[in-house]
Design a protein around this ligand. Sequence first.
Ligand code: BDR
Ligand code: CA
Length: 366
Amino acid sequence: MTRIRFDGSEEKPLSQPLDCDPPENSIRVTPCRACVKRRSPGLAAREAGGLVRGVTVQSLIIDCDPGVDDAVALFLAFAAPELELLAVTTVGGNVPAHLTQRNARIIRQIAGREDVPVHRGAERPLKRPPAGAGAFHGAEGLGDLEPFEPAGIIGDGPSANAIVDLVMSRPQGSVAVAVIGPMTNLALAMRRERRLAEWLGPVVVMGGARAEGGNITASAEFNIWADPEAAAVVFGSGCQVIVLGLDATHQVRADEDRIAAIEAVDSEAARTAAALLRFSQRVEREVVGGEASPLHDPCTIAWLMRPDLFQTRPCRIEVETNSDLTRGHTAVEFRVDPATARHHWAVAADGQGVFDLIVETLRNAA
Ligand code: BDR
Ligand code: CA
């Protein structure tokens, strides 16, 4: 049986073995299809006909650097039946790579989604020294959460290889990638496999600054600033990129009422997400001087689930790599032919709608 993807093209079903009945608490490297289906709302929905709330299930890789807002994005994606999460690939960014992969495995364990592989990725940007944003995420990246060594193992091979293998083994255009950290892994993957850009589905990026100005410098946003050369590779590759930059994510703010609504959902995932958001809110008050912290990374997942919550404009985006002063600035040119534009810049977001989506998705998974 064939199914119809977002872009209207046909897609063949997955083929995986049906052969395992693991003992309680065991974690297999490659879980069997029955185990995966039990834990994966996306795959179960996909096999039930591929339609959830009227949209086709989207296969997805999340490339991240957890980070408190990355963690909330992971909780949302782990709980979403609209998404078939193929892998989480990690990269050094907010904290070093050995911590981002551990943090992703911690979040996976809390969400009960050990069926999703987590890969370790690039330790440093293509040409720059590693950055860090511990002031916004806590020294180990997960705010106040007491770190622990998670039970689930690290996936085979580095993040860049996992991206290439997963995308190239699936039908063209069928796998989306949400990039919510520095874009090093995807740039490395594109260097490794020249056909990757044309094989990818939508690349949904949290990054970039235009009307709002920057958050790490006057003109740059952290993820793009951290590895501008990697961002330039991705934006110049010809793949379709949807960008949720600060112009949009600053419209999605975690105030007390919104955090409390998440906290009221009866699951460990929701309570942990709320605690992470409270940490961010405190940082916002103490470091930035604002009241409600922007919810950056979950906007990419929300866009995949509910693009109607965002207003985007076709454009061409180029990244500043030469100037020290404006390193990582995203130059967004709207004077393009909409029919051929490969980049889309989010200019507005429905903040309450994004939080309602998070609450509803976590509640349905609880
Ligand atoms: C981005 O930078 C990181 O600190 C956050 O996780 C987010 O991806 C916001 O500028
Ligand atoms: Ca991030």
